[in-house]
Design a protein around this ligand. Structure first.
Ligand code: PEP
Ligand code: MN
Length: 361
């Protein structure tokens, strides 16, 4: 499908008529009527427009709490009636769609694991065909695949769904010490170049996996990248939450955070774009540091093995071969020879030093 057709047909009116940023908050999972009503009551203020709660929870491992199910939809419906907040939940198959719609849920979102599964997305899109006025938010797939993400939007689009939006919840990366799901801001900028019309909501909770990083990610999304909204998990008693306890915050703390975020002075326009480019650079640099650490750990293993096998640490031929290979690769990618040689000489020296230290032990 032509990306322009999709982009030009997206109906943003649903979000444009709400206060900016659109804030969606509520617990990771619905646990009890009391928990839902208490959390919603505390979230019912002018900063928050939509209440969220997971009713069906896709868990990585079996034998964990997999959601309260249909019962929870009644509680969400009660929140809607009691507070006037819009309500939202995650759907992961056609049965979920039918049930959620029968309880008047305002916004359905599709989770990261589901977005990665075309058959399931198709099933959900088919179930929505007669309710295509529904607002649907699609979370990014777990892995950084822009086309798969857009493909999910296209499957909904061909069923007539126009009130679309996406949720940026980060991408799983192996061995990332800082994030539960790395933001990959640059990917999001590229995604938005393709679909500039699509409402984008950031989910700092699932990016961070902790409470401490949420405000920083929310700031980046809202101030520097001009996202339309935020989805942040909150719970009336976060420490005893049945899922994602480590990243949920109290409604009171959320409110404090939103005040800090929204009421700050307007950032100077030029500084804004400068800072957003710096955010991209910082994320890449942090990735480079993680890779360096992983590389040095392998050097240590190599050092022990060479010692055991009585092989000398420095292997001039291998060094020459890999350097030539890297220079060609760098040239193809537009990396100067000076930079590439400089970086790899340093890396090689450090690696030799580490291996010698092990050899001399
Ligand atoms: C959630 O929102 O609680 C959730 C399961 O998120 P994700 O699909 O991003 O993992
Ligand atoms: Mn969660």
């Amino acid at each position: 499908m032509e990306k322009d057709i999709l982009n030009n047909s997206i109906d943003r009116s649903w979000i444009d008529q709400l206060t900016k940023p659109l804030v969606i908050s509520g617990p990771c999972s619905a646990e009890s009527e009391q928990q839902i009503l208490e959390t919603a009551r505390k979230l019912n203020n002018s900063y928050i427009q939509v209440f969220r709660a997971g009713i069906w929870k896709p868990r990585t491992k079996p034998n964990n709490f997999e959601g309260i199910g249909k019962e929870g939809l009644k509680w969400l419906n009660k929140v809607k009636k009691n507070t006037g907040l819009m309500v939202s939940t995650e759907v992961a198959n056609s049965e979920h769609v039918k049930l959620a719609l029968s309880f008047d849920i305002d916004i359905l979102w599709i989770g990261a694991r589901t977005t990665a599964s075309p058959f399931t997305i198709q099933e959900i899109a088919d179930a929505l065909v007669e309710r295509n006025d529904q607002i649907i938010l699609v979370k990014n797939p777990i892995h950084p695949d822009i086309e798969l993400w857009i493909g999910a939007l296209e499957r909904l689009f061909v069923k007539g769904i126009r009130k679309l939006g996406v949720i940026h919840r980060g991408f799983y990366t192996y061995n990332n010490p800082k994030y539960r799901n790395q933001p990959n801001w640059n990917l999001l900028l590229n995604f938005r170049d393709i679909l500039p019309n699509i409402p984008v909501i950031c989910d700092p909770s699932h990016i961070c996996g902790n409470k401490e990083g949420i405000l920083d990610i929310a700031k980046k999304a809202y101030h520097y990248f001009q996202y339309d909204g935020l989805m942040i998990e909150s719970h009336c008693n976060p420490d005893s939450a049945w899922s994602d306890a480590q990243q949920q915050i109290t409604p009171e703390y959320l409110l404090e955070m939103l005040k800090k975020l929204i009421n700050v002075d307007k950032i100077h326009k030029n500084k804004k774009s400068l800072n957003s480019l710096r955010i991209l650079i910082d994320e890449l640099d942090e990735n480079i540091i993680t890779l360096l650490s992983e590389r040095m750990n392998i050097s240590k293993k190599l050092g022990s093995l060479k010692k055991l096998s009585d092989i000398s640490v420095l292997q001039p031929n291998r060094w020459k071969n890999i350097m030539n290979k890297y220079l060609t690769l760098g040239k193809n990618l537009g990396v100067s020879e000076v930079l590439l040689e400089g970086v790899f000489k340093l890396l090689h020296q450090e690696s030799i030093k580490i291996q010698n230290e092990i050899g001399n032990k």
